[in-house]
Design a binder for this molecule. Sequence first.
Ligand SMILES: Nc1ncnc2c1ncn2[C@@H]1O[C@H](COP(=O)(O)OP(=O)(O)O)[C@@H](O)[C@H]1O
Ligand SMILES: [Mg+2]
Length: 376
Amino acid sequence: MLGGGQLGRFFVAAAHEMGYHVWVLDPDPHSPAALIADRHLLAAYDDYAALDELAQGCAAITTEFENVPAGTLDYLNKFVLVRPSAAAVSVCQNRIAEKNFLRDNGLPHAGFAAVHHEHDLREADDRLFPGILKVARFGYDGKGQAVVVNRDAAVAAFQQFKGETCVLEQKLALDCEVSVVLARDETGSIESFPTAENSHRKGILDVSLVPARVAAELHDEAAGLAGRIADRLGYIGTLAVEFFVVHGKLVINEMAPRPHNSGHYTIDACITSQYEQQVRALCGLPLGEARAHSTAAMVNLLGDLWYETTPAGDHYREPDWSKLHAFANLKLHLYGKHHARPGRKMGHFTVLDADPENARQVAMTARAAIGIVDAA
Ligand SMILES: Nc1ncnc2c1ncn2[C@@H]1O[C@H](COP(=O)(O)OP(=O)(O)O)[C@@H](O)[C@H]1O
Ligand SMILES: [Mg+2]
């Protein structure tokens, strides 16, 4: 496993339960996945001595982190099975490659322009304003993005990003956001998980509701589009596709070549989890059934919860988890991270219920009980 965050940790747990050993390569000595792995290679993603060890010790390699250099995956692939392929990962790790891929395959996406130089902004189509300027690489959780009302604002934002290559996207009026996680195996067979409806706070996923509260046909359409993307990428593994719903229609936002935060609910609510599917696809096993046996509401737990505001100042302490354990249909998952920082994903919980509105309501009550307060 390349990368050792929470997504890697759930992969390690799934692989262990299925009878596999896992080595994790991650430069972080406190990597949550490495804590439970059979071995931690504490090294950078381009440390070729470590990659050689990995290639010699492992039968197959996957990733949980889309920013692993494509060169690393290409190198490993000379010696050992790598899934998903470097080519598929590199499309998903660069917003320009991603948008070009969508355009070239006739898949619905927001209007965009690649921005290498200021003059690309000067010449950009008027219809792209107001827009969102996004750095082409390494952005996540809304980082490296600026809403730009007009051309001058876009130029100013581009300068703030120090001239890093960007993509300018038309700012769409969103009805809501949804995502589809799927798995595709080496035979090309696909299992799609139910569509999740996602809401964000400060650019970070906050709540996922499953099934998404959108028109029935959009569920099939979203799964169909995600499946086409996986086919065109020749993808093997677990893939996530984020969508905007705009005037009742689906627009593809972005892809992640790995399990996804909005697919955490699959651990508790589906026959097979997104992580078990990743293991299955990697190991050449047939995929498990993706069907949900329950409706679900998932809530992210960020590091902010560790900071209690008292008259004497901010106080760092572990949240009182008994407030969540009090709910009989709530499953808490903490990631074992060493230190909580505001905005850092520390854990999540999923509420399971036969009725989706009940699941949502219990999740919101539990969310308030642990101290997540919505900004007014
Ligand atoms: N073109 C757009 N129009 C409207 N909202 C957008 C657009 N692009 C992004 N957003 C909002 O910003 C969020 C983060 O953008 P995204 O491209 O998904 O980046 P990240 O890699 O940070 O998840 C989206 O989930 C959405 O809420
Ligand atoms: Mg996103």
